[in-house]
Ligand binder design. Structure first.
Ligand code: BYC
Length: 483
């Protein structure tokens, strides 16, 4: 059947545009999984606020011209649904050995294990981020930010549903088992951690949250773009719709950091501070100094780089060859989309030096995606640096070298400075506090994290946003905490 539904069916318990009402077996599997999901949300979702009314957007359509409506919702009543972008007529596989063949509507047997693994990894990150952020509601700097946190959280929950649907519909019994496992693993748990490194790290404060939504959600964007190219059409359509939601998450990160930088610069100017490196003086103003923002940036960027896997990877080559995972904007690239004879420059460690080495383009796909990611990340830095220079300060936030603070890939066994200078263990141990947030930096930031719950008011370490959500005025009550 050709499912091409713009509007979402809200008459069933699980809103969807995949005609679940007539897909009894999958409906039954999803209904069986639903209570476990709600238990997970109650145990591991936002701590508190579950009875508050939150001004949230909910997707009612998959039409890019208008797909969401805003209303007050209690989070446990949010309508998590299964939404796929409309099916493209006659879509073909846009890369790999099967280039030009009709896209698959069912899982090809020989690629089943690879596909399942990628879907499970993608699915695992979604609830992980909710777990990492669950305590942040208690220290939100405003109702506006509180609402954005919860919007991100409910949508990550929906993204979990999106992957669970694919597992349950297309992978039979092992898909159902994997769906259950997604609710069992826990971020940071010693025995049963989430699958990828960055999703087991703490998100201790709101600056980390903004960095996470800027840098780690942007890995999500890159990975979803690559999977949106997939020859497995249901995965492609699922990821395409997820990307629509994802944009807001990165907006939260980018504008969040902009507002922190803005407030710091304003406070320094008002106090007549000329040197942004005078950390003690700046902190005495109750704002986060730029060097500490740089350290947080170093941490989150390097953790997020690890999410791209090894620079040289046969897994990535196999997934591309098979037509399962493409490149960023694959269909817009002008080449043969097979890459059999191409090379790509990869940064490697050669005789103790960081060098560019040409590798077969197929095995270098993780590196290529990571390069695209770095370019995308750089845009935010331009904006933040503009705020700093417009305020009259000579200070630049920068992305650290890719060899800095890595746990995966070519540089995992060496230490490097943010400038990419290789250093020995002793120098690293002595100097890492200059580059990564120390315990005392964390304590200082934590000391600023007092909640602000008056509509239209903001904590003193962050400036107000330029515009409201859904064009609401500045004093709009985005969360009615007591109902
Ligand atoms: N941590 O060939 P390699 C998001 C493992 S974020 C731990 O180098 P490959 C979101 C790897 O599994 C996007 N293990 O890498 C953001 C393999 O193990 P096996 C999530 C790692 O496979 C914010 C071995 O090392 N989506 O959506 O080419 C909020 C060798 O692997 C790591 C995806 O990631 C690591 N960092 O690429 C909410 C897309 N890296 O199989 C959501 C799906 C590698 O030998 N995943 N390993 O036992 C993938 O495409 C790939 O699995 C990866 C790794 C890019 C992650």
């Amino acid at each position: 059947m050709n499912v091409n539904v713009m509007n979402v069916d809200y008459s069933t318990k699980i809103p969807n545009n995949v005609n679940l009402a007539e897909d009894r077996q999958v409906l039954k599997a999803l209904e069986g999984w639903h209570p476990g999901y709600i238990d997970w949300w109650n145990d591991m979702g936002p701590d508190g606020f579950q009875q508050s009314l939150v001004y949230l957007r909910t997707a009612y359509s998959v039409d890019p011209r208008g797909w969401a409506k805003f209303d007050y919702v209690k989070m446990p009543d949010y309508r998590w649904g299964i939404l796929l972008a409309p099916q493209e007529e006659n879509r073909t596989i846009p890369f790999g050995e099967n280039y030009g063949q009709p896209a698959w509507q069912e899982v090809p047997g020989e690629h089943r294990a690879t596909l399942r693994r990628l879907i499970v990894i993608q699915g695992d990150t979604e609830p992980a981020s909710v777990e990492q952020q669950r305590h942040l509601g208690k220290t939100a700097p405003s109702l506006y930010d509180l609402r954005n946190l919860f919007q991100v959280n409910v949508e990550e929950g929906r993204h979990l549903w999106a992957m669970v649907y694919l597992l349950q519909k297309y992978f039979g019994r092992d898909g159902r088992e994997e769906a259950d496992e997604l609710l069992r693993r826990r971020s940071g748990d010693a025995d049963s951690p989430r699958m990828l490194g960055a999703f087991n790290e703490a998100t201790p404060d709101w600056l980390s949250f903004f960095m996470f939504t800027y840098f780690t959600d942007r890995d999500g964007k890159m990975q979803l773009h690559s999977l949106a190219q997939s020859g497995f059409d249901p995965l492609s359509r699922t990821c395409r719709f997820m990307l629509t939601e994802e944009a807001h998450h990165m907006f939260v990160g980018e504008t969040g950091i902009t507002r922190v930088v803005q407030r710091t610069c304003d406070a320094m100017r008002e106090a007549g501070i000329d040197d942004p490196n005078d950390v003690a003086k700046v902190r005495a103003l109750g704002v986060i100094d730029l060097p500490t923002i740089q350290k947080k940036l170093n941490l989150h960027y390097s953790l997020s780089l690890d999410l791209f896997g090894s620079e040289v990877s046969t897994n990535a080559a196999n997934a591309f060859n098979a037509g399962i995972k493409g490149r960023y904007r694959e269909t817009q690239i002008e080449d043969d989309h097979r890459l059999q004879n191409d090379t790509y420059p990869v940064l490697k460690l050669v005789n103790g030096e960081i060098k560019r080495v040409d590798e077969p383009a197929l095995t270098a796909l993780n590196m290529r995606l990571r390069d695209d990611y770095t370019q995308d990340c750089a845009k935010g830095l331009l904006r933040w640096n503009k705020v700093i220079s417009t305020s009259g300060y000579d200070y630049k936030l920068t992305l650290p070298n890719v060899a800095f603070h890595r746990a995966i890939g070519e540089f995992r066994d060496v230490h490097a400075t943010p400038d990419g200078l290789l250093i020995d263990d002793a120098t690293w141990a002595k100097r890492k506090g200059e580059w990564l947030p120390s315990t005392s930096d964390g304590d200082f930031i934590a000391s600023l994290m007092t909640p602000v719950t008056e509509a239209g008011e903001f904590a003193p370490w962050i400036s107000a946003p330029k515009v409201g959500i859904d064009n609401k005025p500045g004093d709009f009550e985005y969360v009615k905490i007591e109902t």
